[in-house]
Design a protein around this ligand. Structure first.
Ligand code: HEC
Length: 153
């Protein structure tokens, strides 16, 4: 009677890869009260990763618009948007996630902040971003985890 054992073994091997694959697609993100309450991935965000995405000019490029005292070793902080100091106290995690996923959902259509995990990015989209999101679901979670660490001033 080998078969039940073999089946159980096969399932226990298959399951972890299913868990890794579980993430919310851009079109399935649900907003309620300007919040995205549910994390987009099973894996919790990594603040250190989020910090480097924040300053990476090819990824978040958040620094182009936001002064961030935590990154004062970096040059050229833009001041188009508010300073990031204390942002983890001003907003709930679900609100921060909503802002990063699609700032239009929180600030309205006129905001100049890009939507980082939406396909609804407007008309003047560089060709390389058409049909794609700027950040992956995991990168959004990393950035949100990082923003949550920015307390006080
Ligand atoms: C092109 C400029 C631009 C970029 C790039 C940008 N933002 Fe913003 N952001 C804004 C503006 C402007 C606002 C203020 C809301 C408004 O008036 O539209 C804002 C607001 C915010 C807020 C709310 C701050 C507060 O105190 O109210 C957070 C958090 C935020 N941005 C995070 C980010 C992160 C994280 C990134 C990178 C992944 C990023 N932003 C990239 C322009 C930008």
């Amino acid at each position: 009677m080998m078969r039940p054992f073999a089946l159980g073994l096969a399932m226990s091997i298959a399951l972890p890869s299913l868990v890794v694959a579980a993430e919310t697609a851009p079109a399935d993100v649900s907003f309620a009260d300007a919040q995205v309450a549910e994390p987009l991935t099973e894996k919790p965000g990594d603040p250190a990763e989020g910090r480097s995405i924040f300053m990476d000019r090819g990824l978040g490029n958040c620094l182009a618009c936001h002064v961030n005292a935590d990154l004062d070793d970096q040059l050229f902080h833009g001041n188009v948007g508010p300073e990031m100091n204390g942002v983890g106290e001003r907003w709930e995690p679900g609100q921060l996630r909503a802002i990063v996923v699609n700032a239009k959902q929180v600030f309205g259509e006129q905001t100049v902040m890009p939507g980082f995990y939406t396909l609804d990015v407007g008309v003047n989209v560089a060709e390389k971003y058409q049909g794609k999101t700027i950040l992956t679901a995991q990168q959004v979670e990393d950035v949100v985890a990082y923003l949550e660490t920015l307390k006080g001033d």
